[in-house]
Design a protein around this ligand. Structure first.
Ligand code: HSE
Length: 321
């Protein structure tokens, strides 16, 4: 095998109340990465040969590119474990961005996940999807200064994924509720995760913490019960959403419109500015999306609407050659 091409999907991280500990994958859009064994004699390590769809904004330098950092960390780990098999390998990555940067849909994660899955497959799949998560998290550290896993884990595994603990890492794949529909509206604005993390307070009161962990627990219960109404009310986030909403023009109006149009719940997707709403039918998801679009239109904000189910597969190998 000489090359592997992988698609990794967009994700909704946090899912309202579950800041940094829960995320789910969407069907589309996503990023595609092709990993290929380098034909350059004597080249070892990882290099990025091209990036398209980013308007020339992402670095080709492996050490500064999220996908490059993750794939290099993976190759280094494998080389350390088995120098004979992996020590002489050079990998070349081609990145096709399908996701807008800084949109709150896990753009950096999708490239990172596609890169580690493609590299791992190309090298004979020595690691499982679960084992690839820490390498993908290294890309997040480069992208936003925090190695959060609530985008990379669902993009890798599909469905809803819960991060019970970061140290040590304890990741739990949850079932994908079959009744759930998601409407995601992405205003054409860029919000860097790094900046959206800076506005957050470092401490919370006991009252807020109690309200929040009640909602997070109820969200997980809702997922297991396939109960969209329960999931919707458990999105209630009294810690992060109020702080970040100020960074998203029209957020409260769009949320109100979504709820009036029949959404069970609505919150910020990842660190924003995308906004997502949950419902239990495709028809409702369309009307909710239309209602949110109308609000942003009134504010002269162009946006892209996306209607999706929960993606159950996560990253997908598209081709091997
Ligand atoms: N949990 C992360 C945050 C997700 O909210 O900062 C970023 O997409």
């Amino acid at each position: 095998m000489n090359s592997v091409r992988v698609f990794a999907p967009a994700t909704v991280a946090n899912v309202g109340s579950a800041f940094d500990v829960l995320g789910f994958a969407l069907d589309a859009p996503g990023d595609i990465v092709e990993a290929r064994i380098s034909a350059t004699l004597g080249f070892r390590g990882v290099r990025i040969v091209s990036i398209t769809g980013d308007g020339g904004r992402l670095p080709l330098d492996t050490a500064r590119n999220t996908a490059g950092v993750s794939a290099a960390a993976l190759l280094e780990h494998l080389t350390h474990r088995n120098p004979k098999s992996y020590g002489e390998i050079g990998l070349e990555l081609t990145i096709e961005k399908g996701l807008p940067i800084g949109s709150g849909l896990g753009s950096s994660s999708a490239s990172t996940v596609a890169a580690v899955v493609a590299a791992n497959e190309l090298l004979g799949a020595p690691l499982s999807r679960m084992e690839l998560i820490p390498f993908a998290m290294q890309g997040e550290q480069v992208a936003c200064g925090a190695a959060h896993a609530d985008n990379v884990a669902p993009s890798l595994l599909g469905g809803f994924v819960l991060i019970r603990s970061y140290t040590p890492l304890d990741i739990i794949a949850l079932p994908a509720p079959t009744k759930l529909w998601v409407s995601v509206i992405s205003p054409h604005l860029e919000l860097r995760t790094q900046d959206a993390r800076k506005v957050l307070k470092r401490t919370v009161s006991m009252d807020l913490a109690v309200a929040q962990w009640g909602n997070v627990a109820a969200l997980v219960a809702g997922i297991y019960r396939n109960d969209v109404a329960l999931m919707g009310r458990a999105l209630e986030d009294r810690i992060v959403e109020p702080e970040r909403a100020q960074l998203i023009p029209g957020f409260f109006e769009a949320k109100e419109a979504a709820l009036l149009a029949g959404a069970s719940g609505c919150s910020i997707s990842g660190s924003g500015p995308s906004i997502f709403a949950l419902s239990d039918s495709g028809e409702k998801a369309q009307s909710i999306g239309a209602a949110m679009t109308q609000v942003l239109n009134k504010l002269d904000l162009s946006s892209t609407l996306l209607i999706s189910r929960v993606n159950q597969e996560g990253a997908q190998v598209l081709a091997r050659a």
